[in-house]
Design a protein around this ligand. Structure first.
Ligand code: FES
Ligand SMILES: [Fe+2]
Length: 460
């Protein structure tokens, strides 16, 4: 025993001596004496280290408190792993995109799909994605748009292609006052009405009246920049619900998720009326992950989510473009202990925007969902989380973003491979889906571009 202790002590001494910056000879006693002398010489040294540690911890906590969580996934990341795994294709493999695209082409998408670009407000960018004086090109809803922000903060949306020789104003266009200058020959267009206001090399200074771009009605609200997209020009846009707590800064932005989903836009909000899928897809424990091949793993059975949901079309006298969903979520451990109760009231406002007001025992928060068709069968879906600024939310909101992302990715795995069935085989318990489809059909009109037309335009 004594022998072992001695060996250990000499081993420790050896290690101690090899520490960088320490003398390589002398016993532990001598080294300790040296340390003591150092302390006598610099008595403030411990205080310095404690202070440095406190500052680092404080700074870490500060960063954590203000950190916004952004959970972003592209089209290849969710729902294709069964194919990618089988082909042994990893994250950085270049063949990844080709394999996913092949799977997308092979899918039978269904017959008689509704028009891909419904009528309503759609998010084109989030507010912080467009700085003052910045111009961007955005492709969505079968359109190519130039979106720009003046130095005073106003946002304008115009058709992207310059009527002169076709340059894209969103790519290299310069914001001048409330106008945008084309990168090709510097013609300038007003953000107010799209009219060309200046042709710098025109000797007469004249500007043809027809030199005009389509101006899109836009509105910046609740952290998003929306455009009004309607197949019938004369239809007035409905007014927007402002979340007062966000507008006046009482609730702050905690982060978001951002996905590309491979399905028809109508499939995404249909989830709200499809109450039977909640137990099937979102019942299994969130800890078992988002891959629905494994999310029903037995080891995670100790905890299950329960959902009580109802979906309601507007009644007479209510805004026809707003449907309501009520949802109560709780998490049950061993089917007994109930935790994590959340009451949700969701308003589906038009075809591509949902406000989910959440109430938990620890306070309220809101999730804003936008769905924007990038292509007939590619939807950009964003959920932004807002809540009062406090220590609880600094932790809870990150958890909520993660949990919601896991649940949404489970839906994505279904959406990315499903077929659109125009006349689905519904049973009595599925009746809300029928009501939902009837309600959603108000967002298509006779002039809506058909699915086939939109596809052809894209495939040229
Ligand atoms: S293409 Fe825009 S100014 Fe010529
Ligand atoms: Fe779902």
């Amino acid at each position: 025993m004594e022998y072992r202790l001695k060996t250990l002590t000499s081993w420790m001494e050896q290690q101690f001596r090899e520490l960088p910056g320490l003398p390589t000879n002398g016993t532990i006693e001598e080294l300790l004496m040296e340390a003591r002398n150092t302390l006598v010489e610099w008595p403030w040294l411990p205080a310095f280290w404690v202070g440095a540690l406190a500052i680092s911890v404080g700074y870490g906590l500060y960063l954590f408190y203000y950190h916004e969580l952004v959970w972003k996934r592209d089209l290849t990341e969710i729902g294709y792993n069964h194919i990618l795994d089988a082909a042994r294709i990893g994250k950085s493999d270049r063949r990844r995109v080709d394999v996913v695209n092949r799977a997308r082409r092979q899918r039978k998408i269904g017959a008689r799909l509704p028009p891909p670009y419904p009528n309503g407000w759609f998010s084109v960018l989030e507010s912080e994605e467009l700085a003052p004086g910045e111009a961007k090109s955005v492709d969505c809803l079968g359109q190519n748009l130039a979106v720009f922000r003046t130095r005073t903060g106003e946002v304008h949306v115009l058709d992207a292609y310059c009527p002169h020789l076709g340059a894209n104003l969103g790519v290299g266009g310069i914001v001048r006052g409330d106008c945008i200058e084309c990168p090709f020959h510097h013609w300038t267009f007003s953000g107010r009405d799209g009219q060309c206001t200046n042709i710098p090399y025109s000797r007469s200074g004249a500007v043809p009246k027809v030199a005009k771009l389509r101006k899109w009605v836009s509105r910046e609200v609740n952290g998003f920049i929306f455009v009004w997209h309607h197949a019938d020009a004369e239809v007035e846009p409905w007014s927007f619900n402002v979340v007062q707590e966000i507008e006046d800064g009482r609730w702050v932005y905690y982060g978001k998720n951002d996905f590309l989903v491979n399905c028809h836009i109508q499939d995404v909000p249909e989830n709200g009326a499809d109450v039977a899928h909640l137990a099937a897809v979102h019942g299994p424990n969130m800890l078992s992950g988002s891959d629905i091949r494994y999310s029903r793993a037995a080891w995670a059975d100790f905890g299950m989510h329960s959902w009580l949901a109802s979906w309601k079309a507007p009644e007479d006298g209510e805004a026809p473009h707003v449907a309501t969903m009520d949802l109560v979520h709780s998490f049950r451990i061993f089917n007994k202990l109930e935790i994590g109760k959340i009451d949700v009231r969701a308003h589906q406002i038009g075809p591509g925007y949902v406000q989910l007001m959440m109430n938990t025992g620890m306070g309220p928060f809101v999730v804003l969902q936008t769905v924007t068709p990038i292509e007939p069968l590619v939807q950009k879906v964003v959920h932004r989380f807002y809540a009062p600024r406090n220590a609880w939310n600094a932790i809870f909101q990150k958890f909520a973003i993660w949990a919601e992302s896991v649940m949404f990715e489970r839906d994505m795995m279904v959406w990315n491979h499903k077929q659109f069935i125009d006349n689905p085989l519904l049973i009595k318990e599925d009746r809300l889906i029928k009501s939902y489809r009837k309600w959603y059909s108000q967002f298509y009109s006779e002039n809506s571009v058909s699915f086939t037309m939109a596809k052809e335009k894209l495939d040229w």
